[in-house]
Design a binder for this molecule. Structure first.
Ligand code: FES
Length: 236
């Protein structure tokens, strides 16, 4: 099944969500959820091509809301799909794998599934860590240093270790082979958006004085290197 057909199977339509700022309730199952189709742009404001991504580097973009950060990674080797992932509530789902010419490009919500650590302008306790010298060179983890949860970006961000109760929510991407461009179109798995907006309401009201922190993005979103997005990136 191609990505577009996959997302069309969503039980919650983006058109319903786009009607207002309210967040939809989490589905009883873990079906993919459609959000507005948003083009990924590079830091020059041009459509991002996957060929521009540096394998092993980490990038951040906002989706599906201006205040909710996501990771974009070119893992440098194909990420085939993974079946049988499970949310904390016990809903099972299958992650469709990476996109791009070699299926190496993946995206995940950067909000930790444990206590919601996420990249901010000042600091990020959660980040992608390429393999270290003694590690298998074909590995790499998304590591949350707040309380040491680790996720496998090659396998739908399934939990490798630590207190996280479920994988990071996956961001569904569409890749256009003709332009090599990317669009974000939805999410898959256990979203944390409701918790996120409740937990950080006070801070977000200062960062988004117009109240648009939870207004769904539409059109385009800028992709930045993590080190350009966050002043201090904690690695562990
Ligand atoms: S917030 Fe990430 S491990 Fe606790």
């Amino acid at each position: 099944m191609d990505r577009r057909s996959f997302v069309k199977g969503c039980t919650v339509a983006a058109s319903l969500l786009a009607g207002g700022p309210a967040l939809a309730a989490m589905p009883a199952d873990a079906s993919p959820r459609s959000y507005p189709r948003v083009q990924l742009l590079n830091e020059r404001g041009q459509p991002l091509r996957t060929a521009e991504l540096e394998a092993g580097a980490q990038y951040v973009f906002a989706y599906p809301f201006p205040a909710t950060p996501c990771f974009l990674l070119d893992l440098g080797r194909p990420a085939p799909g993974r079946e049988g992932l499970e949310t904390e509530a016990g809903a099972r789902y299958d992650w469709p794998g990476g996109v791009g010419p070699d299926r190496t490009v993946v995206a995940y919500s950067a909000i930790c599934a444990h206590k919601l650590a996420h990249p901010t302008r000042g600091i990020s306790y959660i980040s992608y860590r390429p393999p270290r010298l003694d590690d298998d060179p074909a590995t790499g983890v998304i590591s949350c240093c707040a309380e040491n949860s680790q996720y496998d970006p090659f396998a739908g961000a399934t939990v490798l270790s630590g207190p996280a109760p479920q994988p990071l929510a996956a961001i569904l991407l569409e890749h256009d082979p003709a332009s090599d461009g990317l669009h974000a179109v939805g999410t898959l798995g256990g979203e944390q958006f409701q918790r996120f907006f409740t937990e950080f309401e006070a801070r977000l009201s200062l960062e988004y004085p117009n109240g648009n922190a939870r207004t769904l993005l539409d059109g385009a979103t800028e992709v930045r290197r993590m080190e350009d997005f966050s002043a201090n990136v904690v690695s562990c």
